[in-house]
Ligand binder design. Structure first.
Ligand code: GAL
Length: 689
C-alpha cells in the first residue's frame, strides 16, 4: 500500500477549472488558500476535452491549471478522467452503449453511458489513463490518483449482447461446466435446464420472476465487472506512477449493487462519498452508519471522505439546504469516525449543466456567504485537528454486513416486501448511536475476536464458514444478536433445510417451522408490553431461554425473543420487528450483558466518538441539539483551544474535540500537555453565520 497521509488532514473538493474562464483560476487558488484547502480532485469529467478526437490529446489547459495549483501550495488528486466517455466514442462505437433489462439503450447526454464489459471502452479508457499518467506522473502537485468516478453509479447493470457474452465467461469461470451451473441455479424448476452455454443470458425482462440464483449471479458479475475496470486502471497507474491510488466508493444505505468489501484491497486509500437524505429528519445518524461502514471496509484504519455537500444537493425531490453549523457537524462527524480527509463536491457552483443547483464551497453568490464562511471555519478546525491523523476509532461492537446478503434478502417472490435489508441494520445502528456506542460495520468474515458484542441484522444469505465464525465467537465468550430472516440460504440462494434460521439454528437454540408475516399496517403485542410489526414466525426453543413471547396476533404464546447460553457466551435471537423504544431497550440490555460502554455519558442528541493512537486519545463531541451540553471530560480542547478540567461545555449546534488525559480514555494513563491555566473550555458560537 502506498502511503497517502500528508502533514495535515486533507481538505478540499472536486475542482473543475474547465467549466470556467481562465481568469477565474487565480481567484480560485486565492480563495482555496483562504479556506485552508490543501487537496483538490481535478479532471474527473475531462475526457472530452483532454482527448477531443481518438488518440489526439490536448493537455495544455490542464498543465496550466496544475501549475497554478502547485504554485499556490494546493495538492492534486488527479483523475484518470475515464468517468464519462466523450460523445465521439458512442458515435463511432454504438455497441459501447449500455442497455437496460428491457433492451432500452442508454444514450450519451448524461454521464457514464458505457457498457462496463465493453472491450472498446476498456481499450480507449486505458489509452487515456496511459496518456494522463505518462504526462503527470512526476508533476509535483499530484499526490494521489483518482480512478474514474463512482464506478457503477448509473451503469452497474448492462444487459446488452456484449455483457451477455461476458456474463457467460464469468459463469464458466465460476462453475466450470453446465451441470454445476444447473445445480446452482436450481434449473430443475420451471423447465429451465440449460444444455448449451449460448442459451444462458443475463436476467433480461421476463414474463414472471426470473430465476433467483441467475439474478444473484448477475449482481455478483456486475459488481465484478466494475471492479475489473478499477483494477485495470490501478494496474496501469501502479506501473507508471508512484502516488497512492484511490477511487470514490458510495458506501451507504442508498447504494446496493457494488460489493465494496471485495474492492477494498484494490486501492491504497479507501475513499467514500456520502450525501444526506433531505427527507430524513435525523440525517446525522445515517451519516454515522455510512462512516462506520466505510471504516469497516477500510479494515478499521483511516479513510478519506472524497465527497459530501456543503449544503443542498440537486438530485433529490426536495433539496433542503444545511442549517447553520450543519456542514461543520457533518464533516467533523466523519473525522470522528475515522476520516483523515474531508472533501466536497464541488469547489465552485456550476453556471450550467445538470448540477447547477448543487451547493459548492464557493456558491453562485460568491464568498461573502454563510457557506463560504463555514468552509473557512472548517479549514481552521481541520488544521487544529492534524494530530488525530492515523489514529483509529474505538469500537466494542461489530455489525455484520454483507452485500450479497442484501442482494439475496431483497430478491423478488419472498415472504414479505416489508423485509428490507437496511431496515434492521439502521434500527440497531441507530439504537447504538443514541446510546453513544460506536460500532464497526464489517463483513461476516472479519476477525470478531476483539468485539464485546456482534449484531447480525437480516443476514439472509450466509456462508458456512461465516456462520461457523459467529459460533466460535460466541463460544469464546462473545455476545451476539441475530435478527429474523437471517441464515435462511446458502451462497446459491438455496434454503437451508430443517427449519429456520438454518445456518444459525444450533447457535441460537431455536427452530422455526413457518413464517407468519403480518399484513401492511398490522402490529402485534409482546408479553413484555412492547409492540412489533412486519414479521412473526412460529418458533420453538431448542435449548434457548424465552425472554418475550407474543401476547396476540397470529401466534399468541410463541416466543419472539430468546437467549441461548453457548460456551462462555450467549446468542440472542429476535423473531420480530420491534418498535424503536423496544429496540433501544434491547440494545441497552445487550450492551450491559456484553460490557460495552458509550464513549462518554452525554445528553440525548449529543454524538460522542473516541479516536485513539498508541499513546493518546481524543473525544469528539458533536452537539446536534438546540441546547448547551455538559459532559465530564478532562483534557485540552483543540477547536476553540482551552483546558477543560472535569467539565466540557458544548453550546447548541457546536463541536468539541478533547485530547484526553484520563477517565474516558480507558485504563491507560495518557500523557497530557500542561493545563493552560484558567482558559475556559467553552466554544465560539456559530460566528460563521
Ligand atoms: C456524486 C458524483 C459527483 C456529483 C455529486 C452530486 O455522485 O460523484 O460527480 O454528481 O454526486 O451530489
Amino acid at each position: 500500500m502506498r502511503n497517502w497521509h500528508g502533514e495535515r488532514i486533507w481538505y478540499g473538493a472536486d475542482y473543475n477549472p474547465e467549466q470556467w474562464p481562465e481568469e477565474t483560476w487565480a481567484e480560485d487558488v486565492e480563495l482555496m488558500r483562504r479556506a485552508g484547502v490543501n487537496l483538490v480532485s481535478v479532471g474527473i469529467f475531462s475526457w472530452a476535452l483532454l482527448e477531443p478526437a481518438p488518440g489526439r490529446f490536448e493537455f495544455d489547459w490542464l498543465d496550466r491549471s496544475l501549475d497554478l495549483l502547485h504554485d499556490g501550495g494546493i495538492s492534486v488528486d488527479l483523475a484518470t478522467a475515464t468517468a464519462s466517455p466523450p460523445p465521439w466514442l458512442a458515435h463511432r462505437h454504438p455497441e459501447t452503449l449500455p442497455r437496460r433489462a428491457d433492451g432500452t439503450v442508454l444514450w450519451p447526454g448524461g454521464r457514464q453511458a458505457y457498457c462496463p464489459s465493453s472491450p472498446v471502452f476498456r481499450e480507449r479508457s486505458l489509452a487515456l489513463v496511459e496518456a494522463v499518467a505518462g504526462r503527470y506522473a512526476d508533476h509535483p502537485a499530484v499526490v494521489m490518483w483518482h480512478v474514474s468516478n463512482e464506478l457503477g453509479c448509473h451503469n452497474v447493470h448492462c444487459y446488452c449482447d456484449v455483457s451477455a457474452d461476458a456474463f457467460r465467461r464469468w459463469l464458466r469461470e465460476r462453475y466450470g461446466d453446465l451441470d454445476a451451473l444447473n445445480a446452482a441455479w436450481g434449473t430443475a424448476f420451471w423447465s429451465q435446464r440449460y444444455h448449451d452455454w449460448a442459451e444462458v443470458n443475463p436476467p433480461r425482462t421476463a414474463p414472471t420472476f426470473a430465476n433467483p440464483t441467475q439474478q444473484l449471479d448477475f449482481l455478483r458479475f456486475s459488481s465484478d465487472e466494475q471492479r475489473a475496470q478499477l483494477r485495470a486502471e490501478r494496474d496501469l497507474l501502479t506501473r507508471l506512477t508512484t502516488q497512492p491510488v484511490t477511487t470514490n466508493f458510495m458506501i451507504g444505505t442508498g447504494i446496493k449493487y457494488l460489493d465494496y468489501h471485495s474492492w477494498a484491497a484494490d486501492v491504497d486509500v479507501v475513499a467514500n462519498d456520502h450525501y444526506l437524505t433531505a427527507a430524513d429528519p435525523q440525517p446525522q445518524v445515517n451519516l454515522a452508519l455510512a462512516a462506520d461502514h466505510t471504516r469497516g471496509v477500510a479494515g478499521g484504519g483511516p479513510w478519506l471522505l472524497m465527497e459530501h455537500s456543503t449544503s443542498a444537493v440537486n438530485w433529490q425531490p426536495r433539496n433542503v439546504a444545511k442549517t447553520p453549523g450543519q456542514l461543520r457537524r457533518n464533516s467533523l462527524a466523519h473525522v470522528a469516525r475515522g476520516a483523515d480527509g474531508v472533501l466536497f463536491f464541488q469547489w465552485r457552483a456550476s453556471r450550467a449543466g445538470a448540477e447547477k443547483f448543487h451547493s459548492a464551497l464557493v456558491p453562485h453568490a460568491g464568498p461573502e456567504t454563510k457557506v463560504f464562511r463555514e468552509v473557512c471555519r472548517l479549514g481552521a478546525d481541520l488544521a487544529a485537528l492534524a494530530e488525530v491523523r492515523g489514529s483509529r476509532v474505538d469500537a466494542d461492537v461489530a455489525i455484520l454486513f454483507d452485500y450479497e446478503a442484501w442482494w439475496g434478502a431483497e430478491l423478488d417472490s419472498h415472504p414479505s416486501v416489508d423485509v428490507t435489508y437496511a431496515d434492521r441494520l439502521t434500527a440497531l445502528h441507530g439504537a447504538l448511536w443514541r446510546a453513544g456506542v460506536t460500532a464497526d460495520v464489517v463483513h461476516p468474515s472479519a476477525d470478531l475476536s476483539h468485539y464485546r458484542l456482534v449484531l447480525a441484522p437480516t443476514l439472509y444469505l450466509v456462508r458456512d464458514a461465516d456462520a461457523d465464525a459467529l459460533r466460535r465467537y460466541v463460544e469464546a465468550g462473545g455476545t451476539a444478536l441475530v435478527t429474523y430472516f437471517s441464515g435462511i440460504v446458502d451462497e446459491h440462494d438455496h434454503i437451508r433445510l430443517g427449519g429456520y434460521p438454518g445456518a444459525f439454528r444450533d447457535l441460537l437454540g431455536v427452530r422455526t417451522e413457518e413464517f407468519f408475516p403480518l399484513r401492511a399496517g398490522e402490529s402485534v403485542r409482546l408479553d413484555d408490553g412492547t409492540t412489533a410489526d412486519v414479521w412473526t414466525e412460529w418458533l420453538h426453543t431448542e435449548g434457548a431461554e424465552i425472554l418475550a413471547s407474543y401476547a396476540d396476533g397470529p401466534l399468541p404464546g410463541v416466543p419472539a425473543l430468546t437467549r441461548h447460553a453457548v460456551g462462555a457466551g450467549a446468542a440472542w435471537y429476535l423473531g420480530t420487528r420491534l418498535d424503536q423504544p423496544a429496540t433501544d431497550r434491547l440494545v441497552a440490555r445487550l450492551l450491559a450483558e456484553a460490557g460495552a460502554r458509550p464513549a462518554a455519558t452525554a445528553p440525548e442528541g449529543v454524538e460522542v466518538v473516541r479516536r485513539r493512537s498508541a499513546d493518546r486519545s481524543w473525544l469528539f463531541v458533536i452537539n446536534h441539539t438546540g441546547a448547551e451540553a455538559r459532559l465530564a471530560v478532562t483534557g485540552a480542547e483543540l477547536l476553540a483551544g482551552g483546558w477543560c478540567d472535569g467539565e466540557l461545555v458544548v453550546p447548541a449546534g457546536e463541536v468539541a474535540v478533547v485530547r484526553e488525559t484520563s477517565g474516558g480514555a480507558g485504563d491507560r494513563a495518557l500523557p497530557s500537555g500542561p493545563p493552560d491555566a484558567g482558559a475556559p473550555a467553552v466554544h465560539r458560537t456559530t460566528d460563521a453565520v
